[in-house]
Design a protein around this ligand. Structure first.
Ligand SMILES: Cc1ncc(COP(=O)(O)O)c(C=O)c1O
Length: 381
């Protein structure tokens, strides 16, 4: 049996060896502190769980959802969008409910990428852009380097001609944020280049600390589509729920793909999301969500400050958003191997693309006392 060629074009998973090593150590009973994965360890607020349970009893909860999403939930999303960003969107035409950000980002590409087309993929970046969106549609990723000299922002001129351009701020894996100037540049690019669809991945939009509140790309242009997810916003990566907001034609095309590939997110999960978003007061999240965001913010500061004293770390790139601390080292794979020997799991930057080589990513998805313990271990490297 032979798989399709496109599957063989997906690059091999570089870190299978590292993962196998971690599993082996864990099986031996070694206490590894995992700062590798970006999966929230804090629980969702009780109101979210209660909303799922409540909506499980809805008369239609067991039936097929629609690919565009429950109409009332789309209205709740529109209200949230207005309160959070001050942007009016039409719930019937400019919003689609998605089964988590990953599904929406990937399915969008099926609607827009023809074989041979190029897809702009930040490097380092979330692998779905280069693999799921470009390669799995027989397209080609155009890697857009994110380097410290440019504050981990891509040079937009190098994206001219791509069919689809993914951008992601606050950013995974660098933790970088974009200032208003960059949003304006992106908006100009989207307005001037109708051959390119700009897909703004706002997965970490609500994971911003202190006074920093990332705007929406739709504050600057309507020629774009933006992806939101409840995963990191409310600690529910396992619920698989989010939404896309943008140009009517883009949403229509995304939904057309979805009708052929999935039947939408379960309605009780959609409605729990709608209820959770309705708890925002304008741009202010509900107290329980704010509490967990603040906790991640504290952990991030702890990690940023502590990593600066770890031998082999040349520089820390701090930021007021995301779960991630991005740090310069000489050889990322070697550094991660040594950290694992010391009992700490980190991610080597080159796993996110070539321009990630020489950096490591640490995620704040472990309690503060475990982060402190990890720092003690790393200081002895
Ligand atoms: C940059 C980025 N975008 C999108 C996602 C997708 O998240 P989900 O599918 O859980 O909404 C992730 C998850 O880690 C991510 O890091």
């Amino acid at each position: 049996m032979k798989t399709a060629k496109r599957l063989t074009r997906i690059p091999p998973y570089l870190f299978a060896g590292l993962e196998a090593k971690a599993t082996e150590l864990k099986t031996k009973g070694v206490d590894l502190i995992d700062l590798g994965i970006a999966d929230p360890d804090l629980p969702p607020a009780p109101f979210l769980r209660d909303a799922v349970v409540k909506h499980l009893d809805d008369k239609d909860a067991h039936r097929y959802p629609t690919s565009a999403g429950d109409p009332k939930v789309r209205e709740q999303i529109a209200t949230w969008f207005k309160g959070r960003f001050g942007v009016d969107v039409n719930p019937a035409k400019e919003i689609a409910v998605i089964i988590g950000g990953k599904e929406g980002l990937a399915n969008l590409s099926r609607a827009f990428v023809n074989p041979g087309d190029e897809v702009g993929a930040p490097d380092p970046g979330y692998p779905v852009y280069a693999n799921g969106a470009a390669i799995l549609n027989d397209g080609n990723p155009r890697h857009l380097p994110l380097i410290p000299e440019n504050d981990f922002l891509p040079t937009l001129n190098t994206a001219i001609g791509v069919k689809l351009l993914y951008l992601n701020y606050p950013n995974n894996p660098t933790g970088a944020i974009a200032k208003e100037k960059f949003y304006r540049e992106v908006a100009r690019f989207a307005d001037d280049h109708s051959e390119t669809l700009v897909a703004w991945d706002a997965a970490y939009c609500e994971l911003a600390f202190g006074d920093f509140k990332p705007p929406s790309i739709l504050n600057f242009t309507r020629n774009a589509v933006e992806f939101h997810s409840l995963s990191k916003m409310m600690n529910v990566t396992g619920y698989r729920i989010g939404f896309a907001v943008g140009h009517e034609e883009v949403i229509k095309s995304l939904v057309k793909v979805k009708t052929q590939l999935d039947s939408g997110a379960p309605v009780f999960i959609q409605r729990a999301m709608g209820d959770a978003l309705s708890r925002y007061e304008g741009a202010t999240p509900p107290a329980e969500a704010k509490k967990s965001h603040d906790e991640y913010g504290r952990r991030k500061r702890l990690l940023e400050e502590g990593l600066a004293f770890v031998p082999g770390i040349e520089r820390i790139y701090g930021s007021p958003a995301t779960f991630f601390v991005w740090a310069k080292v000489e050889d990322d794979v070697r550094f991660v191997e040594k950290a694992m020997e010391a009992g700490v799991i980190l991610t080597p930057g080159r796993g996110f693309g070539e321009s990630g080589a020489g950096f490591v990513r640490a995620a704040v998805t472990a309690p503060s006392d475990r982060i402190e313990m990890a720092l003690e271990r790393l200081k002895k490297l």
